[in-house]
Design a protein around this ligand. Structure first.
Ligand code: HEC
Ligand code: HEC
Length: 355
């Protein structure tokens, strides 16, 4: 028979345990919901963070691992990072990207610097959020997790990830209700991508903040050309060096067929004037790219700049309001190139240890 004393001792122990475990739970919830401070571009509007995907330290950390993990792709061949590589200025060193299962993709990998400030994604802006874009990249040609033709689905990949104790622990901590799903994976990846911000001590940012010595003398002269005579800032504008708008500069014009090989923004809006228009790429880290333009058709920075200086490639939709031929002296051209080369960005994200 249980005595009253034993029963009350048992009850008080139970009470202590309940209070203690509740406190622990609160503690761990608090830790996983701890907001994270990440660098933002000084002098630019605050980065828009979706209300349903707040930035927390634990989520960014999980997203960083997922972003670098080849086990996310259908054939285990590549991660997000594989096509947005540090040594190529967050592009991939190829004219056009090659996805999982060696699928040839129609466009070049764009850089992801400051991508959290964009509101429309891809060269044609067809995706409305980083989360949606990441899901499209994951389940589409880039990563090949389609769930069709014998290829794994997002559920298959999640099952594999949850079998890895380090991932299982993090998913339960960051997404306690649902764990690993197609949505939570891309939420974590998008949170990490919002930290891909150019460091505030980069020469370009220091220069914009008024420290003129941050750029060399020839780069400073190049900036005067870029923002003055050559009117590059008509489109490569502001601290991000892009107006985030779409312009036709003639890349992809087929003079024989007299049509645009890639319809660009037109595919999204159906507006004639958007035929062959593409999002202005930022020029940050531009000299690390090996191929230029949405189709990777130009293989050196010099040639890309000369093409822009020539006023683009003539075609019916060419944006002549913003782009006209400019004649530079050899010295001016070399200063302009010195400015573009001074826009390099130091990548300080260490590849994470994967669980
Ligand atoms: C096989 C190479 C490849 C892989 C792998 C890849 N990407 Fe990309 N990424 C591209 C290409 C190519 C584009 C441009 C496609 C277009 O515009 O139609 C792109 C575009 C993007 C954009 C839009 C950039 C902009 O300026 O609008 C983001 C963001 C992005 N990728 C993130 C990711 C994430 C996250 C993953 C992993 C889930 C990923 N990428 C995996 C090649 C790749
Ligand atoms: C009318 C707007 C506009 C103007 C003005 C403009 N650009 Fe561009 N620039 C673009 C667009 C849009 C692209 C991408 C075109 C594409 O890929 O189809 C681009 C691409 C580039 C690229 C290649 C970047 C990459 O990642 O592929 C370089 C380099 C470049 N521009 C430099 C310049 C310079 C230098 C000037 C001034 C001489 C200039 N641009 C003027 C809109 C403009």
């Amino acid at each position: 028979m249980i005595s009253n004393r034993t029963a009350s001792m048992f009850l008080s122990l139970l009470l202590v345990w309940l209070v203690f475990s509740a406190a622990c739970k609160r503690e761990s919830t608090r830790e996983s919901e701890e907001p994270v401070q990440w660098p933002e571009v000084p002098g630019y509007a605050a980065m828009p963070i979706p209300a349903d995907n707040p930035m927390t330290r634990a989520k960014v950390e999980l997203g960083r691992q997922l972003y670098y993990d080849v086990r996310l792709s259908g054939d285990g061949s590549r991660s997000c990072y594989s096509c947005h590589l540090q040594e190529y200025g967050l592009t991939d060193g190829l004219p056009k990207a090659v996805g999982a299962y060696q699928v040839a993709l129609p466009r070049r990998s764009p850089t992801l610097w400051n991508i959290g400030y964009h509101t429309e994604f891809y060269w044609d802006g067809r995706s409305g959020s980083l989360e949606a874009q990441a899901k499209a990249a994951w389940t589409g040609g880039n990563m090949g997790v389609s769930g069709r033709d014998g290829r794994p689905s997002t559920e298959d990949i999640c099952r594999n990830l949850m079998a890895i104790p380090g991932y299982a622990r993090q998913f339960r901590e960051v997404f306690p209700e649902v764990g690993c799903t197609a949505d939570t994976v891309v939420q974590a990846i998008a949170a990490f991508e919002r930290t891909l911000v150019i460091p505030a001590d980069s020469p370009w940012i220091r220069f914009r903040q008024g420290d003129s010595a941050a750029l060399s003398e020839d780069a400073r002269r190049g900036w005067e050309i870029f923002s003055g005579k050559a009117r590059c800032t008509n489109c490569h504008d502001g601290v991000l060096l892009t107006d985030l708008q779409y312009h036709n500069v003639g890349i992809g014009w087929d003079p024989r067929k007299k049509e645009m090989t890639d319809k660009g923004r037109f595919a999204v809006t159906g507006q004639e004037r958007d035929l062959g228009a593409f999002k202005t790429p930022t020029l940050l880290d531009v000299s690390r790219r090996t191929h230029f333009f949405h189709d990777g058709s130009v293989d050196s920075l010099e040639k890309a700049v000369d093409l822009m200086l020539a006023g683009g490639i003539p075609n019916p939709q060419l944006d002549t309001a913003n782009l006209q031929p400019v004649k530079l002296t050899p010295q001016e051209r070399s200063d302009l190139l010195a400015f573009l080369r001074a826009l390099n960005v130091e990548y300080r994200i260490q590849p994470p240890a994967l669980p």
